[in-house]
Write a new protein. Structure first.
Length: 649
C-alpha cells in the first residue's frame, strides 16, 4: 500500500502539505483532485522520487514499478512504433543485452546467458510487444500509416500521445497520469477509459474531466486545506459526501459559535461580581480550551453568465450544397476538400453537439460557419444581425502575452468606459492590478477564462465552441456548463467533455466519411458506434439517423424549430421573474448586515443600562423595521420562486 504519514511539503516559500496522512491500497484507482496550485503535481513528484517530503514519510513497496508520462517532447527520427516500445525499459535492456551477446566473437561461451535472456524475453511478452504497441497507438488516434513515421514529424500534442502510449505499454505496479486527456479527443478518451478500467495495478489520475473520473476511479484523494482527505467512490460520490460534510460542519460551527457567545456573555456580566467570580473563571477556562472548528472550506465559487443577445435572426444561417475544406496554397495547387454536399440550416435556439473521430472535419465545419474558411463550392447565407462568438481549439495561443486582460477587452470595446471593463473583468477573476498586468505568467486555464470573457462581452447570438474546456479546471468547467445551460442564443459545440455535452446540447450531428448528418442517438450510442468503427465493421447509426428522406428531414427541422420557439417562450416568461428575484436578493443582501449589526448591539448587556434608554428605543424601532422588510422580501422571494418553478414544469 501507499502510506502518507505526517507529510509536510514546501515548494519555495509556499506550503503545500502540512501533517498530511492518507492510505491508498493496492489495486485502487484513485482520482487526485484539488484547486490549481494545491500541490497535485508535486504529490506525483513525491511518488516517483523526484521530490522528498520536508517532514514525514511516503512509503510504498520498494519493488513497485512506476509508470508515468514524460513531459519531454523529443524530435527524434525513430519511428513512432519503436519509440512507444522504448517505454518498456526492461524489455529494451533484455533485447540490447541479447543483441550484444549474439554478436560477440565468443558468443558460444555465452550460450547459457542467451538461453536465459530468451526465457526472460518471453516472460516480458517481447513477442507480442509490436501488436500491443500498435493497438495503443491506433486507440489513441494514430493511423496505420503513421506508425512508421518519425517522431519528429508529429506536432507537440501528438508527441504527448506518444509519451502516453509509452507509459501505458510499460509493465507497472503504480501508474501516475497527470491530465492524460488534455491532448485527446472524445473517441481517444473513451478508448483510454476502457483501457484503464482493465489496468490491474494501482492507478492515480489527475483530471478535470468528471465523466472520465466517474468511469474509472473508485477512490478520490482530495488536497484540501493542506491535508489529504480520502473519499470512497467516484467523483460524483465525492461531491455528495463533501456536500454532506459541509452541511454537518456548518451546523457544528453554528452550535459552537452560540456556545462561545453564551460563555463570553456570562464572563462579561459576572466576572467582577464576587458571588459569581468562580463560575466566571470556570467559563473563561472553558473558552480557552475550546478549539475553534475550522470549516471544510469549499473552493471560492466562480460563476458567470452570457448576456442576452441583442438580436435573434431566424434562421441564423443556411448552407446549400457546400463543399468545405482548404483552398489551394498556390495557383497550381488543388483545394483540399474535407466535407462535401453540406445542406444545413441553423435555427434560433438550437443547441447542437458535433461528434466524429479525430480528423473527420469537425473543426473544418466550425471554421466554415465562423467565416475563417470560405466554402469551396455552394451557397452560404447568413441572417441579418448574426453575431458569432467563436472559441477556437487554440484560442489561448491567439492572445497577446505581452498585453493585459484590460488591453484585450478594450481592443474590441474601444468606446466602453475603463471602469466598466475593469468591473467586467473582475467578474472573471481578473481584479485590480491583475487586469492591467501582461498575461504571459498566467496559467493556461486563466488565459482560457480571459478568452471566454472576451466572447461574453460581445453578446453573441451564436456560440461556436471548439474544445472550450482545454486548460480549464473542474470549477471553471462547472461555471461554463451552468452558463451555457442558461445561454439564450444558439450553440454549436465540439468537446471531449461528455458532462458538458450532455448538460448543454439538445441534439447531435456526426461528421463521418466526408459528410455531415444528424445523429439521433445519445453518447452511449456514440460509444457503440466508435466500437464498431474500431472493429472494422460498418457502423450502425441509430435508426432515425439512417432515414434521409426529405420528409423526415423536414419533420426534424419543424421539431427543432418548435423546440426553439418553446424555449424562447419559456425564456420570455422566466426573464422578468428572474430579474425580480435578483433584485430581491440584492436588497436582502443590503438589509441583512444592517439588521445583524442591530442584533449585535441588542445582545450587549450595556445597551440595557439606564443611560442608553433612548438609544435602545431607536434600536428597537430599527430592528422591527428591518425584520419586517426582510420578512416581506423573503415572502415575495418564495412566491416568485414558486411562479418560476411552475413555468419550468
Amino acid at each position: 500500500m501507499i502510506r502518507f504519514q505526517h507529510v509536510n511539503l514546501m515548494r519555495g516559500t509556499k506550503s503545500l502539505l502540512e501533517q498530511a496522512d492518507a492510505i491508498l491500497n493496492p489495486g485502487e484507482k484513485i482520482g487526485l483532485i484539488g484547486p490549481n496550485g494545491a500541490g497535485k503535481t508535486s504529490l506525483f513528484s513525491l511518488l516517483n522520487g523526484e521530490l522528498h517530503p520536508d517532514q514525514g514519510e511516503v512509503d510504498f513497496p520498494a519493488s513497485w514499478r512506476i509508470s508515468y508520462v514524460r513531459q519531454e517532447i523529443p524530435a527524434l527520427e525513430k519511428p513512432a512504433l519503436e519509440y512507444v516500445i522504448d517505454g518498456d525499459t526492461h524489455l529494451r535492456e533484455l533485447q540490447s543485452e541479447l543483441a550484444r551477446l549474439e554478436t560477440a566473437q565468443n558468443s558460444t561461451g555465452n550460450g547459457l546467458r542467451i538461453a536465459e535472456l530468451h526465457t526472460s524475453l518471453e516472460e516480458a511478452n517481447a513477442y507480442t510487444v509490436h501488436s500491443r504497441a500498435e493497438q495503443l497507438l491506433l486507440g489513441l488516434g494514430f493511423t496505420q500509416e503513421e506508425l512508421g513515421q518519425p517522431v519528429s514529424t508529429f506536432s507537440g500534442g501528438w508527441r504527448m500521445r506518444l509519451n502516453l502510449a509509452q507509459a501505458l505499454i510499460a509493465p507497472s505496479d503504480l501508474m501516475l497520469l497527470d491530465e492524460p486527456t488534455n491532448h485527446l479527443d472524445l473517441d481517444a478518451i473513451i478508448w483510454l477509459e476502457d483501457w484503464l478500467k482493465r489496468y490491474s495495478g494501482t492507478l492515480v489520475i489527475i483530471s478535470h474531466d468528471r465523466d472520465f473520473l466517474d468511469g474509472i476511479v473508485n477512490v478520490i484523494l482530495h488536497i484540501d486545506d493542506k491535508k489529504l482527505r480520502r473519499y470512497n467512490g467516484n467523483y460524483s460520490a465525492f461531491e455528495r459526501q463533501r456536500a454532506e460534510q459541509l452541511v454537518l460542519m456548518q451546523s457544528a460551527i453554528e452550535k459552537q459559535t452560540k456556545k462561545r457567545a453564551h460563555l463570553e456573555s456570562f464572563v462579561r456580566r459576572f466576572r467582577a461580581k464576587a458571588t459569581k467570580a468562580r463560575q466566571a473563571q470556570s467559563r473563561l477556562k472553558a473558552l480557552e480550551k475550546m478549539e475553534a472548528l475550522a470549516p471544510l472550506r469549499a473552493a471560492a465559487e466562480f460563476s458567470f453568465e452570457f448576456r442576452e443577445p441583442e438580436s435573434s435572426p431566424n434562421p441564423l444561417l443556411v448552407m446549400e450544397d457546400i463543399n468545405a475544406g482548404y483552398p489551394a496554397s498556390d495557383e497550381k495547387g488543388a483545394a483540399t476538400t474535407i466535407l462535401t454536399d453540406i445542406n444545413f440550416s441553423l435555427q434560433t435556439g438550437e443547441r447542437i453537439g458535433l461528434l466524429g473521430v479525430n480528423g473527420a472535419g469537425k473543426s473544418t465545419f466550425i471554421k466554415t460557419i465562423a467565416g475563417e474558411l470560405l466554402p469551396l463550392t455552394g451557397r452560404f447565407t447568413t441572417g441579418k444581425g448574426l453575431n458569432i462568438g467563436y472559441f477556437a481549439q487554440h484560442q489561448v495561443d491567439m492572445l497577446r502575452n505581452d498585453e493585459s486582460p484590460l488591453w484585450h477587452l478594450a481592443r474590441i470595446a474601444p468606446e466602453a468606459r475603463e471602469q466598466d471593463l475593469r468591473n467586467f473583468l473582475g467578474g472573471f477573476l481578473f481584479p485590480g492590478t491583475m487586469a492591467t498586468t501582461p498575461i504571459a505568467p498566467l496559467s493556461g486555464g486563466e488565459k482560457a477564462r480571459l478568452a471566454l470573457a472576451i466572447i461574453v462581452w460581445q453578446r453573441p447570438n451564436l456560440l461556436l465552441l471548439d474544445e472550450p474546456t482545454n486548460h480549464l479546471d473542474l470549477q471553471t468547467r462547472e461555471a461554463l456548463t451552468d452558463a451555457l445551460a442558461q445561454f439564450e442564443g444558439t450553440l454549436v459545440l465540439v468537446s471531449h467533455d461528455r458532462h458538458l455535452l450532455r448538460a448543454t446540447t439538445d441534439s447531435f450531428l456526426i461528421v463521418s466519411n466526408g459528410s455531415l448528418q444528424p445523429f439521433d442517438g445519445d453518447l452511449d450510442d456514440y460509444r457503440n458506434w466508435l466500437y464498431q468503427t474500431r472493429q472494422g465493421k460498418e457502423p450502425d447509426l441509430p435508426a432515425q439517423t439512417v432515414a434521409s428522406s426529405s420528409e423526415s428531414e423536414i419533420s426534424r427541422r419543424d421539431q427543432r424549430r418548435q423546440e426553439a420557439e418553446e424555449r424562447q417562450r419559456l425564456s420570455a416568461l422566466k426573464k422578468p421573474i428572474e430579474e425580480r428575484l435578483k433584485r430581491i436578493e440584492r436588497e436582502m443582501e443590503k438589509l441583512q448586515p444592517l439588521k445583524a449589526a442591530i442584533d449585535d448591539q441588542m445582545s450587549s448587556p450595556e445597551i440595557y443600562a439606564a443611560q442608553n434608554k433612548e438609544k435602545l428605543k431607536q434600536l428597537l424601532v430599527d430592528q422591527a423595521y428591518y425584520a419586517k422588510a426582510l420578512g416581506d422580501l423573503e415572502e415575495e422571494w418564495l412566491q416568485r420562486q414558486e411562479e418560476l418553478e411552475k413555468i419550468v414544469r
